[in-house]
Design a protein around this ligand. Structure first.
Ligand code: FAD
Length: 313
């Protein structure tokens, strides 16, 4: 029997990889409901290795390359790419972003309008990352929990993990040296007047932001990265930036309803890359930072390999 603390992204993905290999797994999750305690409920759900390379190491591409296929085994993945745009006055940001990334096509205003008719006439230039994808984070967490349960994994909700488990996936609740929290803020807008089918990233010298389309006229907007371990509600400054970005993408967002705001703490090591660490008698999978959906599949495979090799010897 393999025991795992935390049924968030890392814990569920690891349980899935272990159960697929025939292991018997029990997950302890302190929250009462699936997804309730996971920072992933605030996530954009972007599977965007090439865009993320702008501010992250090459590993986000090598480890994240298979994420869309992996998630497609359990949930709906939208493979429509990412469109990166900027207001005319910030064109230099687009050039800078292009220098630091790969796997994109430069697109004109006309091509942008063909990709997203709602954006006709709004942007003169953009970058199109056709191979990227996105998913609905809450649905993906639910679908992954259902998938692991159907493989025979027991998830004990409302149960804090015992002090020693085989795999600790408790994110910022783990006491690991060097682990820190990076706060991310978000809002969900309802704006059925605007129809977009892919993630739009708006570059801006102050704060690059992204808008992720969801079903039923909903959009998630986010992008802040604050070195803080406070998960209080989003600040007015961040909300103002987010709402201005939505408005800059399409003026109809001025009439959008704000249906939710939230903030979550992302677990990060100093290099902002996730890893497996042995500490206090447990293996830890932690440090997924802003790439949980992108990198959990590869790290979960590494964790399963490590644990099964150990239990076989
Ligand atoms: C605003 C925002 C946007 C984001 N956007 C993206 C994105 O677009 N793409 C992407 O790939 N990533 C994104 N992320 C990052 C992603 O959400 C995280 O990397 C990921 O959720 C971290 O996974 P985790 O399993 O380490 O932590 P979590 O998913 O938070 O799971 C930890 C779990 O451990 C449980 N737990 C804690 N202590 C105990 C205990 N003692 N006993 C039992 N259970 C315990 C918690 O309740 C929780 O369920 C975003 C994050 C934020 C905040």
């Amino acid at each position: 029997m393999i025991t795992i603390a935390g049924a968030g992204l890392a814990g569920l993905a690891s349980a899935y990889e272990l159960a697929k290999r025939g292991a018997s797994v029990t997950l302890f999750e302190k929250a009462e409901q699936p997804g309730e305690g996971s920072v992933a409920r605030f996530a954009g759900g972007m599977l965007a290795p090439f865009c993320e390379r702008e501010s992250a190491e090459e590993e986000v591409i090598t480890l994240g390359g298979q994420a869309a296929d992996w998630w497609s085994q359990v949930t709906t993945v939208t493979r429509r790419g990412t469109l990166v745009v900027t207001p005319p006055r910030d064109q230099a940001e687009l050039t800078r972003f292009a220098r630091r990334t790969s796997h994109f096509a430069e697109v004109s205003g006309q091509a942008i309008a063909e990709l997203e008719p709602a954006l006709k006439g709004r942007f003169e230039r953009g970058l199109y990352f056709a191979e990227e994808a996105h998913l609905d984070p809450r649905r993906a967490l639910d679908d992954l929990a259902t998938a692991v349960q159907s493989l025979g994994v027991e998830i004990r909700f409302g149960t804090s993990a015992p002090p020693e488990v085989d795999l600790n996936c408790t994110a910022t609740a783990a006491s690991l040296p060097d682990l820190r929290a990076v706060r991310g803020e978000m809002a969900i807008l309802h704006c059925p007047e605007v129809q977009l089918s892919r993630v739009i990233r708006l570059l801006h010298p102050r704060m690059p932001l992204y808008l992720v389309p969801r079903a039923d006229g909903l959009f998630m907007i986010g992008g802040t990265m604050v070195e803080s371990n406070s998960d209080r509600s989003p600040t007015l400054r961040s909300l103002t930036e987010m709402m201005s970005a939505a408005f800059a993408i399409h003026p109809a967002f001025a009439e959008a309803s704000v249906v939710e705001i939230g903030a979550g703490l992302r677990p990060a090591f100093p290099d902002n890359l996730p890893r497996l660490v042995e500490h206090d008698g447990s293996l830890h999978l932690n440090g997924l930072y802003r790439h949980g959906f992108l990198l959990a599949p590869a790290l979960a495979q590494q964790a399963a390999h490590h644990l099964l090799k150990e239990t076989c010897t």
